[in-house]
Design a protein around this ligand. Structure first.
Ligand SMILES: NC(=O)c1ccc[n+]([C@@H]2O[C@H](COP(=O)([O-])OP(=O)(O)OC[C@H]3O[C@@H](n4cnc5c(N)ncnc54)[C@H](O)[C@@H]3O)[C@@H](O)[C@H]2O)c1
Length: 482
């Protein structure tokens, strides 16, 4: 089938499916899955999707029936492995075909970021529930469209931010802090100190491996020559497909930092500083960053460090016990969240006074909500995923519109934002320990951006607003009207 006719068939199917999903919740039980097995299709399983496959193929009352990947090698190996385990599934190269013919109730997607929102919108239109990996979007606008689609078609859509399922751990700590047990929050600080080495440098376009359908792989993104060694995974470090480590590992910590603050909208002002420093390679996204989200209650400050704690070191820096985590600084002490499933409160003297831990299975929580048809049963509803993903995107937009500056000029420009200024000073020390001289190899000072959080649009900055969305490559277009 060529692209146009398969698209036409897809739209026909979508119209049909839309008719199906508008039945009442009571009738839904007769449609699919409520009283029988829930049929799952996993999309994109080069890395993280393997965890989706293993979770859903073992879960009682759930049947993994389809796999989809546009890399034939990965697809073939995945289908064969399940066949060998006596759990045969159908394989699809094209996601639209899976939605048309896959007989699935649910899709679980671990495709690259640039596909996520379209994965959600198309699935909702086709009447499927969705487990979507983080970040749930590649830009702010499409994330909101994904939320709209979930609501319009009354689908259950879970974000892959699994810390939200740490109910007796992080959720309990959030509740404890919000009840005022440590006084007011002064700063919600998120840290992503995670080693990211150079991805190497090529000087000519690289061949696309023959097993990959590159048109499908690119989807909504620009179909550019491959200017890096590895197609898979390293897409995180180019803007066309990725969101840097802020939108990779960092979205987990951004989400928890926002959760503690209890804010359900984007920040009214954002300002970033950073750079891709310490090596020259084919990546574009910063490996070192500090971001201020200036919420009126308390600022959210995010720090990314991809370099180790020193030039010859294998270890990473820590801040108050967290390296990849969150530190909530309050009037009466602080709470450290060092993992996806635990938190410890400390008094003003730094003594541990309470610890929380424990997690539910995030996939099982999703399936529970698929059965109950209640969005409230989800630990990480798509709206939460959208807001936290969008905070990563707006942080990146401030950075992308910025310019390289001397450290003195940066310090002067951010002096009034004391939290950001303090984070920049520590960043400069960290870089110096890695032999990075900020006078020679300058960092980028982002532009301050003001946002109208209700509209999710920046105020008075057209260049920034342009980066809230993208030029979609037909037919892989996130629709204006979902
Ligand atoms: N929740 C978590 O803890 C967690 C952990 C790791 C990754 N992730 C997320 O999972 C996603 C995937 O990450 P990864 O490390 O597995 O990346 P990856 O590049 O290793 O794998 C992506 C897979 O998707 C496939 N793919 C690309 N376009 C496709 C399409 N149109 N249809 C079907 N398959 C397609 C690729 O061929 C590849 O096999 C990312 O968005 C990442 O942020 C989440």
């Amino acid at each position: 089938m060529n692209t146009t006719s398969s698209r036409r068939a897809f739209l026909r199917q979508t119209a049909l499916a839309t008719a199906v999903v508008s039945v009442s919740p009571r009738l839904w039980g007769q449609v699919a899955g409520a009283n029988s097995d829930i049929r799952v299709g996993v999309v994109g399983f080069g890395g993280r999707g393997g965890s989706h496959i293993s979770a859903f193929s073992k879960m009682p009352g759930v049947r993994l029936v389809a796999l989809c990947d546009c890399d034939e090698k990965i697809l073939g190996a995945g289908v064969k492995k399940l066949e060998d385990q006596g759990k045969p599934v159908k394989g699809y190269r094209d996601y639209r075909e899976l939605l048309e013919k896959g007989d699935v109730d649910v899709v679980a997607s671990a495709t690259p970021n640039h596909w996520h929102s379209l994965n959600v919108v198309w699935a909702c239109q086709a009447g499927k529930d969705v487990y979507i990996e983080k970040p749930i979007s590649h830009n702010v606008w499409e994330g909101r469209q994904a939320v709209e689609a979930a609501r319009k078609y009354r689908r259950i859509v879970q974000s892959g931010t699994q810390s939200r399922s740490s109910r007796t751990g992080i959720a309990a700590a959030v509740e404890w802090v919000r009840a005022g047990n440590l006084g007011k929050i002064k700063v919600s600080r998120a840290l992503c100190y995670k080693r990211r080495a150079s991805i190497g440098k090529v000087d000519a376009p690289q061949p696309i491996p023959p097993e990959i359908d590159y048109d499908l792989w690119c989807g909504p993104a620009e179909k550019l020559p491959l200017m890096r060694k590895r197609l898979h995974y390293d897409w995180h470090w180019v803007w066309n497909t990725g969101n840097g480590d802020l939108g990779n590992q960092g979205i987990h910590e951004m989400d928890v930092a926002r959760w503690f603050l209890g804010v359900m909208e984007l920040s009214p002002r954002v300002l970033s500083v950073g750079g891709r420093l310490g090596y020259v390679d084919d990546g574009e996204t910063p490996n070192t960053m500090a971001i201020l989200h200036d919420y009126p209650g308390a600022p959210l400050i995010f720090e990314v460090r991809g370099l180790p704690s020193g030039r010859d070191s294998q270890s990473m820096d820590k801040y108050k016990g967290a390296g990849i985590g969150i530190v909530i600084e309050c009037e009466g002490g602080h709470v450290t969240v060092p993992s996806y499933s635990s938190a410890t409160a400390h008094d003003k003297e730094g003594r541990a006074i309470q610890t929380w831990s424990g997690e539910e299975d995030h996939y099982a929580n999703f399936i529970k909500a698929v059965r109950s048809r209640k969005t409230e049963d989800l630990n990480a509803d798509i709206l939460e995923g959208h807001l936290s993903s969008a905070l990563c995107h707006t942080g990146n937009i401030s950075y992308r519109l910025g310019a390289k500056q001397d450290p003195g000029a940066i310090k002067e420009a951010i002096r009034a934002d004391s939290g950001l200024a303090e984070a920049f000073d520590r960043m400069a020390e960290h870089l110096s320990a890695n032999g990075v001289d900020l006078i020679a190899e300058r960092a980028t000072l982002g532009v301050p951006l003001w946002m109208d959080p209700k509209a999710e649009r920046f105020v008075g900055n057209d260049a920034a607003n342009a980066l809230l969305t993208r030029a979609y490559r037909a037919p892989f277009v996130v629709p204006e009207k979902v």
